[in-house]
Design a protein around this ligand. Structure first.
Ligand SMILES: [Fe+2]
Length: 411
């Protein structure tokens, strides 16, 4: 910058009125102690929100820090509140018994070294379309099964379709990967946030604890967090943190840690209970081309679960693999559902399973696997849940039904 211009800009900075505060729209996270409303603001003080006919203060969750210029403010959202709003926008209220649930995961735009997605092209990175289509379903609840932040390294060259993208572990990347595209779905319903491996402490973990983990924020990033339950009468969601659980070559310490965590998660199960964990517990990544031997999605979790006996959950919902899989088993093992087509570059479908396929000793009685950008919508009715896998334009691709521990999906 030339000296005259530099002086002019200093003068301008000294005399201009301060920039207006940048405050986000509110979002609502469900956790073990109920719902919490959050906003992020560059203002010096946390704003107030309106519950029914009263204004109420928000508290500081965490102040600005390095690449995170906002203070994150929060307030509990008690079940008794009938109407809630912030700056004239309605805040979505939790339902005591949610009946319409959206499940999606693995939604960010991949920028990591040579793995590059065209973040600026809604056909190549359609998370915003998925969020809008899912919001149109008017859900009572949204479950994100993890992996929100994918923009880790710079867009490499002009023509890649990601020009100008923010990247790294900072607010800009979180906003571009999650908060902006998710906006209509954040406005539609409270969310259950599951932590993915992209949110471990070596990656976007600081952002995870600033914005999304539902509990009081720990002083520093924590590698493991304890399982918790969100209860809705007889139905409940039990959330397990599998951010650190090596897919292959498991380490004894991780197996032990998850054995304790999965046992604690099972102790929280109710008669109608789903386990939410980012890495599929009973899944297959792919079959070896020649032997057809299954390569398991997660050897750590399977080794941890092997000694625990019968699994009380109806179903396990996961992501991590970027496609849709629905496994059902003979015997008492829960259905394993993988909903990982939320926007990140896709994995191929799991085709031609061997006829004797078994996972943790339980024979697979039914397997549906399909690739494509998609979210799952399930509605409770009668004894089970029925719905569909929808594409980014909101068109039903598979009709699905979860009955007991069986998940059936058909074109
Ligand atoms: Fe993942």
């Amino acid at each position: 910058m030339r000296r005259a211009a530099a002086i002019a800009s200093v003068v301008l900075a000294a005399t201009a009125t301060p920039a207006a505060a940048d405050t986000t729209a509110p979002w609502v996270v469900l956790g073990p102690d109920g719902a919490v409303v959050r906003v992020a603001t560059t203002d010096a003080a946390c704003p107030r929100i309106r519950y029914d006919d009263f204004d109420r203060p928000m508290q500081v969750r965490v102040g600005p820090w390095e690449a995170y210029p906002h203070t994150v403010c929060e307030a509990p959202l008690p079940a008794i509140v009938q109407r809630a709003s912030f700056a004239g926008r309605a805040i979505p209220l939790p339902r005591p018994e949610p009946r319409r649930i959206v499940v999606l995961g693995d939604s960010g735009c991949r920028l990591k070294g040579g793995s590059v997605q065209a973040c600026n092209d809604p056909a190549q990175w359609p998370f915003a379309r998925i969020a809008a289509a899912a919001a149109a379903m008017a859900p009572d609840l949204v479950i994100h099964v993890g992996d929100y932040h994918y923009r880790e390294t710079p867009c490499p060259q002009p023509g890649a379709g990601c020009e100008g993208s923010p990247y790294g572990y900072n607010w800009g990347a979180w906003r571009a990967d999650f908060f902006d595209p998710a906006a209509p779905l954040l406005a539609a319903a409270p969310w259950v946030m599951v932590r993915g491996n992209h949110e471990d402490c070596e990656r976007a973990g600081h952002g995870w604890f600033r914005y999304l983990d539902p509990r009081p924020r720990p002083p520093d990033c924590e590698g493991f967090t304890e399982p918790y339950r969100i209860a809705f009468g007889d139905f409940s969601l039990v959330v397990h943190d599998s951010a650190i659980a090596r897919d292959q070559n498991p380490r004894d310490a991780e197996i032990e840690r998850h054995r304790g965590q999965l046992a604690a998660a099972r102790a929280l199960a109710t008669p109608e209970s789903w386990l939410l964990t980012h890495r599929p517990l009973y899944g297959v990544y792919k079959f070896e081309p020649t032997t057809r031997r299954p390569i398991l999605t997660n050897e750590t979790l399977q080794a941890a679960a092997a000694a625990l006996g019968p699994d009380p959950f109806r179903a396990v919902f996961s992501g991590h693999i970027h496609r849709f899989d629905a496994f059902s088993f003979a015997g008492g093992q829960p259905a394993q559902v993988v909903v990982g087509g939320g926007g990140t570059a896709l994995d191929p479908s799991l085709d031609d399973p061997p006829p004797d396929l078994a996972i943790l000793g339980a024979r697979v009685s039914r397997l549906t696997s399909t690739t494509g950008y998609a979210f799952l919508f399930l509605e409770r009715g009668g004894a089970g849940w029925a719905g569909a896998l929808y594409d980014a334009d909101g068109r039903a691709r598979l009709r699905c039904r979860l009955d007991g521990k069986t998940m059936e999906c058909d074109p």
